[in-house]
Design a protein around this ligand. Structure first.
Ligand SMILES: CC(C)(COP(=O)(O)OP(=O)(O)OC[C@H]1O[C@@H](n2cnc3c(N)ncnc32)[C@H](O)[C@@H]1OP(=O)(O)O)[C@@H](O)C(=O)NCCC(=O)NCCS
Length: 194
């Protein structure tokens, strides 16, 4: 295990192949228990590469991709993209951490950076989709303030997915919750000291 700390930075076209490789591995390993077997077995790494190359080739001002690196290797990714839909104006996609390095805070670093971008852009309704049975990841999103909108019977992975949203009122709610949390932590500290 590396002694370096993960670093989050804006991604660029040179990262396309690394992001493709990471997400292909994460779909193969981390999605296997939840996705349809045919879907897991049908994916081609070349398609991932060309998809991510075209993401950077056509990137606009209202979208951004971030990577987490460890010893200069890409170990995590997330992307916020503008969305032309009547309900949502942006979407969070491509949230993946290298299988084997999950549960160490890398996803949270990426999520925090994506949220800064969302606030900077002034997006008012942002959505994401996740496989309904992927309860660990759902807990991760819920911890980060995402609220369940609805369940869809069939997603791209051939299984039910759930849609979450991070709306404008949520920032205030989140800030309140953090303030409450640190106030109660300070109270506990004070209680212990006195
Ligand atoms: C979801 C994901 C990006 C989170 O990144 P991470 O670096 O693992 O997350 P962090 O370490 O910052 O946060 C960990 C928290 O996430 C939740 N979590 C995420 N995956 C989990 C799992 N498989 N089992 C249990 N909890 C999980 C837990 O709440 C955990 O908090 P805890 O340790 O206090 O219980 C990462 O686990 C991942 O790549 N998962 C597989 C791919 C995936 O599902 N991507 C989302 C596509 S929609």
């Amino acid at each position: 295990m590396s002694k370096e700390l993960p670093v989050v930075r804006q991604a660029n076209a040179y990262d396309a192949a690394s992001i493709a490789r990471l997400i292909h591995r994460s779909h193969t390993i981390s999605f296997a228990p939840f996705a349809l077997e045919e879907w897991v077995g049908s994916r081609d790494i070349e398609e991932y590469r060309s998809k991510w190359q075209s993401v950077f080739d056509t990137a606009g001002d209202n979208e951004d991709t971030y990577v987490a690196t460890l010893d200069d290797t890409v170990v995590g990714s997330v992307r916020v993209a503008q969305l032309q839909s009547s309900e949502f104006d942006a979407q969070l996609v491509g949230m993946h951490v290298e299988p084997g390095l999950t549960g160490r805070g890398i996803g949270s670093l990426l999520m925090n950076r994506a949220k800064v971008f969302i606030e900077e852009q002034g997006f008012s309704r942002v959505e994401l989709g996740v496989i309904a049975a992927n309860t660990g990841t759902r807990r991760f999103y819920e911890t980060h303030g995402w609220l369940l909108v609805r369940e869809l019977a069939d997603g791209v992975e051939g299984v039910p997915v759930v849609i979450y949203e991070l709306g404008p009122g949520r920032y205030a709610a989140l800030a309140d919750r953090h303030a409450e949390h640190s106030a109660s932590k300070q109270r506990t500290l004070h209680d212990t000291e006195s």
